[in-house]
Design a protein around this ligand. Structure first.
Ligand SMILES: [Cu+2]
Length: 124
């Protein structure tokens, strides 16, 4: 009986954590600046969520020595930046309209995406 109770409490705790407390770390975006690591074929985080009208400052740190990873391209903004190895490189982006904006390396092996959501409307 006791064991069942403990299991039940654990299960409830897990459910609470999963549905209410857990937030995908990759998508968190509060401060207006996000650090992105370029490593092992992926940007991490690869998906960055932000509100429309918010400017964004991305700090890329490239750990992958292959030339393939050396440039990040934001096609929608006409931005391409050379990323030095093991050094932070800041990329500033202007406030954006709602939508999805991919960013990639030159050969599009690395892929990431900015997810811009409508800003909350004060009038409801
Ligand atoms: Cu590439």
């Amino acid at each position: 009986m006791m064991v069942i109770n403990i299991l039940g409490v654990l299960l409830i705790a897990l459910i609470v954590w999963w549905f209410w407390l857990y937030r995908e770390p990759a998508a968190a975006m509060e401060a207006g600046e996000v650090t992105i690591e370029v490593k092992d074929g992926i940007y991490s985080p690869a998906h960055i969520r932000l509100k429309a009208g918010q400017s964004l400052s991305l700090k890329f740190i490239r750990r992958d020595p292959s030339p393939c990873a050396s440039v990040v391209v934001f096609e929608d903004f006409d931005v391409s930046e050379e990323l030095p190895l093991n050094k932070a490189r800041k990329v500033e982006l202007p406030p954006m309209q709602p939508g999805r904006y991919p960013f990639t390396c030159q050969m599009q092996m690395y892929k990431g995406e900015l997810i811009v959501e409508k800003a909350a409307d004060a009038h409801g």
